[in-house]
Write a protein that binds this ligand. Structure first.
Ligand code: PLP
Length: 449
């Protein structure tokens, strides 16, 4: 196919997710053809520094040869198989063992899926099964948070607190209760300290629980750092206090680690950075550095014992996906985890994080930036119309989207979440590449000012 006809064929044949169809027609698709470390190249030969790791996942960059070999080797041995009805394969077994050993629930269990959304759906089903196994099947409601993102399936969209996800798609009357997002910058009251803000948010959750009745609530789901909601980093104290409240009320705490997992926040998992012990976790994305579609739900031994007894009572664990535990995706994820351990991923992230934070903080002085925030190697700058009053831009201004286009002109891929500009580079990023990333971002900001 001729290169210039690729865009034409794309427009003729593809419906793009999370895309405004009118903007697609106006601007055409951005067709990426190759990658080299933290850079990707489009079909016209232009190179971009990928400041978003694709969608928060390509921690090892875009052309890691060991992952190519792991996939090829596995395909040549056993190219596909399922894990229903006692079937297993060496790759998924070794992956589960290594994944659990890295996790804060080493004596727990892993149940695989193909994506973050599926891992989240699985986690909710297991929470229901757990309560029914404990004789409380009426515990069905889930607490989520405004600005949360938990995936794109019907359940994921229903749990999400973003208008674009819920608008046409949330399931009617689903029993999801929304608490406030822990964003001090936009949600704190005038003069409120961070500690008072945390206490207010936790008291609000306590009030929601009291209003609904604790006995009707199965779980609360939360991202340690809210990703698609704008990279919202909770104040310290928020999660430990929340976890204590939920434990008192018999409500499970589910950590959606789809973005935060595998070193992004400076620990293996976000729950470790923010000081809480979840009952279950969903992981995906960086589990395979994004090279294969994979997700997993991790559950503690205590949850597993109840869930498996209940599944046996019912005759079967009536849940599963054809490709869950797929040998090829598992082999690639296993190799990814081996690379992370060999390169001492946490040391690498912790070595780069101070420079990342310095670069982000340097942007805080820019006339368009209201707040700059980061933890580990994930961060955002929040664009505002008025820094003194924190007044946001009118949504019609589309300021975030305009910045993303200007950044592309500078050879940088970042993502706008409303007017928050997210930055989440591959974890292999070097100091020089970080410098280049932020130089390009500043040039884009200056072009917008
Ligand atoms: N949960 C969180 C926190 C996410 O950020 C995402 C995707 O970005 C998902 C779930 C859904 O993952 P996937 O797109 O792999 O289904």
């Amino acid at each position: 196919m001729m290169r210039n006809s690729l865009a034409h064929t794309d427009l003729n044949c593809l419906l793009h997710p999370q895309t405004d169809p009118a903007a697609l027609v106006a601007q055409g698709p951005l067709i990426l053809e190759s990658g080299d470390g933290v850079f990707v190249t489009d079909s016209s030969g232009r190179s971009y520094l990928e400041g978003m790791s694709s969608l928060w996942c390509a921690s090892l960059g875009f052309n890691e040869p060991r992952l190519a070999r792991a996939a090829a080797d596995q395909i040549s041995r056993l190219g596909t198989y399922h894990t229903f009805n006692r079937r297993s394969n060496p790759a998924v077994i070794e992956l589960a063992e290594r994944l659990l050993a890295l996790s804060p629930m080493p004596d727990g269990k892993a149940l695989f899926a193909n994506s973050g959304s599926e891992a989240v759906d699985t986690m909710i089903k297991l929470a229901w099964l757990y309560h029914s196994g404990r004789g409380a099947p009426e515990r069905r409601k889930i607490i989520s948070r405004r600005r949360a993102y938990h995936g794109s399936t019907v359940l994921g969209a229903t749990l999400s607190g973003l208008p674009s996800m819920r608008g046409a798609f949330a399931w009617p009357d689903p029993g999801v209760i929304f608490a406030e997002a822990p964003h001090f910058y936009t949600c704190a009251e005038a003069g409120e300290s961070e500690e008072a803000f945390v206490d207010r948010l936790v008291a609000e959750v306590a009030a929601l629980i009291a209003a609904e009745g604790a006995g009707s609530i199965a779980a609360m789901i939360a991202e340690p750092v809210m990703g698609a909601g704008g990279v919202i980093i909770p104040p310290s104290g928020y999660f430990p206090k929340l976890a204590e409240l939920l434990r008192e009320k018999g409500i499970l705490l589910l950590s959606d680690e789809v973005i935060c997992g595998f070193g992004r926040t400076g620990e293996w998992f976000g729950c470790q950075t923010f000081g809480f012990r979840p009952d279950m976790m969903s992981v995906a994305k960086a589990l395979s550095s994004g090279y294969q579609p994979i997700g997993a739900t991790l559950l503690t031994a205590e949850i597993h014992d109840v869930v498996s007894a209940e599944a046996s009572r019912l005759g079967v664990l009536g849940h599963g996906f054809t490709y869950a535990g797929h040998p090829v995706t598992s082999a690639v994820a296993l190799e990814t985890l081996k690379i992370y351990e060999e390169m001492d991923l946490l040391a690498q992230v912790r070595a780069r994080a101070p420079a990342f934070l310095d670069h982000i903080n340097a942007l805080a002085g820019h006339p368009l930036v209201g707040e700059a925030r980061a933890v580990g190697l994930i961060g955002a700058v929040e664009l505002v119309a008025d820094r003194a009053t924190r007044r946001p831009f009118a949504s019609e201004a589309g300021i975030g989207a305009r910045l993303v286009t200007l950044a592309l002109d500078q050879g940088l891929i970042v993502r706008n979440l409303g007017d928050a500009i997210a930055i989440c580079p591959p974890l292999i990023v070097t100091t020089a590449e970080l410098e280049l990333l932020f130089n390009r971002l500043r040039q884009a900001l200056d072009a917008l000012a």
